[in-house]
Write a protein that binds this ligand. Structure first.
Ligand SMILES: [Zn+2]
Ligand SMILES: [Zn+2]
Length: 408
């Protein structure tokens, strides 16, 4: 089997940096992490040229890229979006749904399954999908299409869980039907999350009993003490934010694109939660690596319109419509804006999301036995090379593949 040695770089481990480190891989697995200068013969050497050797990134919450949204519902679109995020260092991806009709959600699930099964060498691994929309609170739909929002019913969601594809499941805790949804998600072994929600403390506590352990994009489209005062009056009540901060079993995520949250909020989230409970996500839409202009968020023909300013997505009323950046940008921004060390920042983009979704035995860190998902980063944290399951990403052939692999 093919053996690769990554040399001449600083290896990023979950708890420290390893200077002048060496990582060796055989086939799709990591076989050595250390500082040995001795390399076996016939090994292919990848020179990090004084940069970093990092685990591949894991994105729990991502909608699209390079012009494609996962909700476009074709394998070509899924492939294209995966390929776009690979360039930015994501080697494990959970395609994320928006609000939409049941038909659109089934097309999303089917397209993701086709790409997962095609197993194109070098593409990011899809361990499963994030069923995000459509079960949002009516007053917290954000940039998603309002028409595609509804409350969960078992008749509908059991057809989604029946695909066996869902690994992350979001539902606003205050919706009628949320309890049954959480129970089904727990049976399916999902990371259960509450998002696009104006849930009160007691609604969160009830969801927690049913297995809810994560909250989507902290501070965005979620309840706050003032919002709950408006909804429920006095005495003022604890919100999703306080619930997450007070329960060590809970995790959350931040969109660290520098546009959604100011540096002090990124620092606050990091200091309050630590690198083991905070994930970096891109929440990136189809405008990644695309020129400024108007795009649709969600399905190609029914999704809501937004403007890509070149820095972020914006809706017509001036609110934010998710990010237009890849995970490498989030890692750079978090490093620049907070006191988190580089191992801590990279952990939030790799091992922590792996742990939260139960895939950390297979990926998420540079550890012997785990998947050979590696990045070579420049000293300024730009992505130079990407290896997914031991295969070097060749963006030219990967881009070409999107047309013919799925023959449809
Ligand atoms: Zn959202
Ligand atoms: Zn989102």
């Amino acid at each position: 089997m093919r053996e690769i040695a990554f040399v001449n770089g600083t290896v990023i481990l979950p708890d420290r940096l390893l200077e002048r480190g060496v990582v060796r891989c055989v086939g799709d697995r990591i076989t050595y992490v250390g500082q040995s200068a001795k390399l076996p013969q016939r090994v292919e050497v990848v020179d990090a040229k004084g940069g970093y050797i990092s685990p591949g990134f894991i994105d729990l919450h991502v909608h699209g890229g390079a012009g494609a949204d996962f909700m476009d519902g074709t394998p070509q679109a899924v492939h294209q979006a995966c390929c776009a995020h690979l360039r930015h260092g994501t080697t494990t991806i959970f395609p994320t749904s928006t609000t939409g009709t049941p038909e659109e959600l089934h097309a999303f699930l089917h397209a993701c399954a086709q790409v997962q099964q095609a197993d194109v060498p070098g593409l990011p691994t899809i361990p499963g999908v994030h069923l995000y929309g459509p079960y949002f609170a009516p007053d917290k739909v954000g940039c998603h299409s309002q028409a595609g929002r509804r409350s969960p019913t078992p008749q509908e969601f059991k057809t989604y869980f029946a695909t066996g594809l869902i690994r992350i499941a979001t539902c606003a805790a205050e919706l009628p039907g949320a309890d049954a949804f959480y129970k089904a998600a727990q049976r399916a072994g999902c990371l259960i999350t509450c998002g696009h929600s104006n849930a009160s403390w007691s609604e969160m506590a009830r969801a927690f009993k049913l297995g809810m352990r994560h909250v989507d994009h902290f501070w965005c489209a979620m309840s706050s003490v003032p919002a709950l005062r408006q909804r429920l009056g006095t005495p003022m009540q604890g919100s999703m934010a306080e619930f997450v901060l007070m329960h060590p079993e809970m995790s959350t995520e931040v969109i660290a694109d520098g546009q959604h949250l100011a540096p002090e909020l990124l620092e606050f989230a990091f200091r309050m939660l630590g690198p083991g409970r905070l994930c970096l996500v891109t929440d990136c839409n189809r405008a990644l690596d695309m020129p400024p202009g108007e795009y649709r968020f969600g399905p190609a023909d029914t999704g809501s319109l937004f403007e890509n300013t070149g820095a972020v997505g914006c809706t017509a009323d001036g609110s934010l419509a998710s990010s237009v950046q890849g995970m490498d940008h989030m890692v750079r921004e978090m490093s620049r804006s907070t006191t988190a060390t580089l191992p801590e920042v990279v952990r939030m983009a790799s091992l922590t999301p792996a742990e939260r979704t139960g895939i950390d035995e297979d990926t998420g860190s540079l550890t012997v036995g785990k998947r050979a998902d590696l990045l070579v980063l420049s000293p300024r944290l730009r992505v130079r090379q990407v290896y997914s399951r031991g295969v070097a990403a060749d963006f030219k052939t990967l881009a070409c593949a999107s047309g013919d692999v799925y023959n449809c």
